[in-house]
Design a protein around this ligand. Sequence first.
Ligand SMILES: [Zn+2]
Ligand SMILES: [Zn+2]
Length: 379
Amino acid sequence: MPKQDYYDILGVKATASDEEIKRVYRNLAKQYHPDVNKGDKKSEAKFKEISEAYNVLRDHEKRKKYDQMKKFGAFGRGQSGGFDFGNFDFGQYRKPNFGGNRTGGSFSFEDLFGLGGMGDIFGDLFDRGERMRKERSGQSQRGDALYAEITIPFELAINGGKQFLNITVEEHCDDCKGTGAEKGTKPKTCPDCLGRGTISISQGFFAVNRTCPRCFGRGSIIEKICSICKGSGTVKKTKKLSISIPEGIQDNAKLRIRGQGASGIKGGKKGDIIITVHVSPHRFFKRTGKDILCEVPVDIIKAIQGTKIRVRTVSNKKVDIKLPTGVRNGKTFRLKGFGVKSKEGTGDQLVSISIIRRSNLSDEEKKLVEEYDNNGKLD
Ligand SMILES: [Zn+2]
Ligand SMILES: [Zn+2]
């Protein structure tokens, strides 16, 4: 059980965004990384703590469950209305038949989370509980959606194309068919909750139904855990996905890839993968709606005398623009149809002229510039 609130460990609010959590974690991780604090036990412990907190808070599902558990009072000391595991007598419950070969007649949450870092086990336990509850309900269920993020180059976002993404997906363990029990064995009905998955606890005048701590809400216990999935019922598989990026995709757009996510329950379909697409900025091009903006530097003397410039478009074509004599700074030329292609039509590329003034001008050139500037005042 964490000594401290995960949000407090990272020093963020409970409403912190993914980006904020990531940024704060990165800074802390840099500060406390064992490589930079060789032999410093305190830093090492702190590093573990922040990693554990991050491991839960970065994951949408785990974070959701952590928040639920917090609400449920699992981590608090005497929060009003909350349920305090710290004062709960687990002694009356025998050792849970879950993962590992601990001895002794009682267990504590510390034991439980000590199995391999709370971040790892936490999600698995409650995922499994939830899954088993759904399985008991008898209906088939679609697998959970997975969330991922990718950052793609600017041009790919404009022109569309393929992008690869490695993603780790939780799938049913074929060995135990998702039960978590060793091949050839079956989970038994939990004797403490008689398969209900919840137990009634009296708290003052109230009796409250809580998740059964012996079976974690599964309603069943496993005597011999599956050696392949370590009892979780699922195995993690890393897949390389080829993602079709539609042309004109916007920054922060979400793509849904159907049927590639987590396994379903009782023959339910696999879940989807939802990918948030971030678009890298480009050093030359900027996008505004359907249009592409760019700025082209032009020498002042050439601008005065009139010149031709060659501009690269976002589709990697080269287009010449004839500049009229005396063209002004900031003057914009429109290349029709060279913008972003989208369902709503195709945009344009807008080329803005940026006049470059230099100091090494001849006397004749200085005169031209003076005239150009005076004309500018009349405009
Ligand atoms: Zn298994
Ligand atoms: Zn039970």
